[in-house]
Write a protein that binds this ligand. Sequence first.
Ligand code: NDP
Ligand code: OXD
Length: 310
Amino acid sequence: MTSIVFYSRTDDPAPWREIFARELPHLAFRVDPDIGDPAEVHYTLVWKPPAGWHGQFPHLRAILSLGAGVDALLTDASLPSHVPVVRLLDGGLGRQMAEYAAYGVLHFHRRMHEYAARQRTGTWEMLEPRSTESCVVGVMGLGVLGVQAVRLIDALGFPVIGWSRTPKDLGAVETFSGAPGLDAFLARTRVLVNFLPLTPQTSGILDRRLFARLPRGSYLVNVARGGHLVEPDLLAALDDGQIDGALLDVFGSEPLPPDHPFWQHPKIVVTPHVAGVTLADEAAAQIIANVRRLENGEAPVGIVDRAAGY
Ligand code: NDP
Ligand code: OXD
């Protein structure tokens, strides 16, 4: 019997098992480590399997990601090169991620980080309100998820600009692209929101040099990957005031170690990689549709360009 193997240490397999049993009853749904006969495994449904894990399945037809970002999969050098890696395209993540980004913008724009500091010392002090028009939000990464954040933040009345690898037409939203567009994009940005995929080109992009190109006292919202951020550079930029606050959902090492300086930093808000959580009810439809396509000999939707890394 053909099977699909589920691997995740953070997602509950139960709702997936139920949906697969209902929608694709001819397929055995197995959960690692109970993988059955490896030769029967045609599909995997995974989040961060260990390196080398896929090597045990000789007849694999597709690797289906439980997430949108596939950097952890692609860094596994032993990943079979002939098998397509298929990622989640929104699948319910877009709305959550856009809400998180908009929350970050409102948090810093309404000076909540400064009021939180005053609350800790019992200080009743009104701070000068700022105009919404002066708070330019710069979204890096204008793909499936970044564009939804642009739309929501725009709807809240903030001026929004965007930056991507290739040029984009987002109507009234001004966009920039590539290395030549980065300076102009950063020079205008007050709240920088990162929606990039982690690739060799974007790794460590949020560093000292980039922070120096933002207006002084800018803010950072990182919902993409911890590998984008050079952590000591952020701490230095916060210390000298170049960056005035950061909302961080993703980290170089997850879970963030208990003694990490980010936990106690007065200008940093930490969340445990929850900006967008894959929900079976919202994401399963596209995964089921892709398995049906594969079973019919058709190409799945959302195949990752391995050379580009996203
Ligand atoms: P997409 O692949 O749809 O979009 C990626 C965007 O980044 C594209 O606009 C692309 O440009 C741009 N980009 C890629 N490389 C570069 C580069 N070198 N320079 C400039 N722009 C670049 O990804 P998604 O929107 O679906 O997801 C984005 C990321 O969000 C994921 O990779 C993941 O890391 C993160 N994520 C985090 C979650 C969380 O809970 N914190 C949940 C879900 C996702 P172009 O359009 O020109 O190709
Ligand atoms: C994802 C994530 O990439 O949850 O989907 O980070």
